[in-house]
Design a protein around this ligand. Structure first.
Ligand code: ATP
Ligand code: MG
Length: 420
């Protein structure tokens, strides 16, 4: 071990487990690529104001969780705690929304940073795959995103997840509800922090994870009863599109999200095998976000799925994602000349698309065969002194144990045909 350890709340992805993370990212991305979403990548840090305004001054993310720093040039930056605000910033900056092809549909994959209290499923560095559809108000778009997330999770083999769905209303009806909720909260016996939150952002109180607080909220007014006709109709349409596609969801009238920018459709994917960190992903409509960061009105919808928690969900369900063995052929040279010949063959195999690896470091046969086993390769090539003299190489099928001699010049063709 070196003097250093990974910083608190972080962990390293190491082989072979790291392959699961790649598989999860790939499984989430595949349906997006297939549905008109283009790949977008933004910097790992942004001007701190983008998140303060975009995510919301009173959110946990902005008040407690952001990694903020000042550069030598005097800029105040923050490591991104989420990527939606950054994506919208990038789209506006590049004028993608003016090209006349709204909605702009993009997906991303990357690291997020939040200074949280580390625990299982809650880290200071974690990763998300996200999708955003910017610049269109259409219930089918909300439904599309929920369907695609559902499809990703099913493709991974996950079954024990649930989709929670709610509408947060819009700038017409939410203020009326907000006032009603505030009246209700003022009448409760709550701690000072929570009362302060009730004044700044009362909806956030509904998201309080403490059971005693949740108990006091039993009779809280519900946004559902305050939705204006337009929001009600919109929500009904999203719901019926999902029902028509056979997507099962639960109406959760108390679902709010930890970011201020959500309007109308909000949803969360929860997994029942994860204990208290049960949300594997979430998202919703954010019609006001563009204007909050100085852009034009651009009604939009998106989600972010947590890669780390999705991997935990796979483990909870005992699912091993299909990960093809990294190496198909392992080459074992015995001696200098054999090394040069097999190294050339391995390079040729690789150029022909066959995954091949090599016994490095001049190992003897026993240690080299151990390495071949560990590699998971289906075939091993052993080239010894006597084989060299005869112009052959020993080809061993690691599954059946069967071994035959083939000509050195036949290696590539033989393996290509065997590996199909
Ligand atoms: P939570 O309520 O659990 O804090 P959140 O509402 O803050 O989640 P979002 O900001 O919506 O989460 O992020 C979407 C997804 O990213 C979450 O559902 C989760 O899977 C993942 N995520 C969020 N924060 C963390 C974290 N600190 N560590 C690991 N994954 C996280
Ligand atoms: Mg959070």
């Amino acid at each position: 071990m070196s003097t250093f350890k990974a910083p608190k709340g972080t962990y390293d992805l190491l082989p072979p487990d790291s392959a699961k993370y790649l598989a999860v990212r790939e499984a989430i991305a595949a349906p997006l690529r297939n549905s008109g979403y283009g790949y977008i990548e933004t910097p790992g840090f942004e001007n701190v104001e983008l998140f303060a305004r975009g995510v919301g001054e009173s959110t946990d993310i902005v008040t407690k969780e952001m990694y903020v720093f000042e550069t030598k040039g005097g800029d105040r930056l923050a490591l991104r705690p989420e990527t939606t605000a950054a994506v919208l910033r990038a789209v506006l900056e590049a004028n993608l929304h003016k090209a006349g092809n709204l909605p702009v549909k993009v997906w991303y994959s990357g690291s997020q940073y939040r200074y949280e209290r580390p625990q299982k499923g809650r880290y200071r560095h974690f990763s998300q795959v996200g999708a955003e559809a910017i610049g269109a108000e259409d219930p089918a778009l909300d439904a599309e995103l929920i369907i695609l997330a559902d499809q990703s999770y099913r493709a991974l083999g996950l079954r024990n997840f649930r989709i929670l769905l709610n509408s947060l209303g819009d700038k017409e009806c939410r203020p009326v509800y907000r006032a009603a909720l505030q009246d209700f909260l003022r009448g409760l016996d709550l701690d000072e922090d929570t009362l302060r939150r009730a004044e700044i952002n009362p909806l956030r109180v509904l998201d309080d994870k403490r059971p005693d607080v949740q108990k006091k909220l039993t009779d809280a007014p519900l946004l559902r009863d305050y939705l204006c006709d337009a929001c009600k109709a919109y929500h009904e349409e999203v719901r019926s599109l999902l029902v028509a596609q056979g997507v099962v969801f639960e109406d959760d009238t108390k679902l709010v999200r930890g970011l201020d920018y959500y309007t109308r459709t909000t949803f969360e994917f929860v997994h029942d095998g994860l204990g208290s960190q049960s949300a594997v992903g979430g998202g919703g409509r954010y019609d006001g976000l563009s204007e909050m960061i100085g852009g034009p009105s651009l009604p939009s919808v998106g989600w972010a799925l947590g890669v780390d928690r999705t991997v935990l969900a796979l483990e909870a369900e005992g699912i091993e994602p299909d990960i093809p063995s990294a190496t198909s052929v392992f080459a074992v040279p015995l001696g200098e000349e054999a090394r040069r010949i097999l190294f050339a063959k391995v390079t040729e195999l690789r150029k022909n698309g066959v995954a091949a690896d090599f016994s490095y470091g001049g190992k003897g046969l026993k240690a080299a065969m151990k390495a071949a086993n560990r590699s998971g390769a289906r075939y091993t090539l052993v080239l010894g002194e006597r084989d060299l003299a005869e112009g052959v190489v020993q080809l061993k099928d690691m599954e059946s144990g069967e071994q035959i001699a083939i000509g050195v010049n036949e290696i590539v063709a033989e393996l290509e045909s065997r590996l199909g």
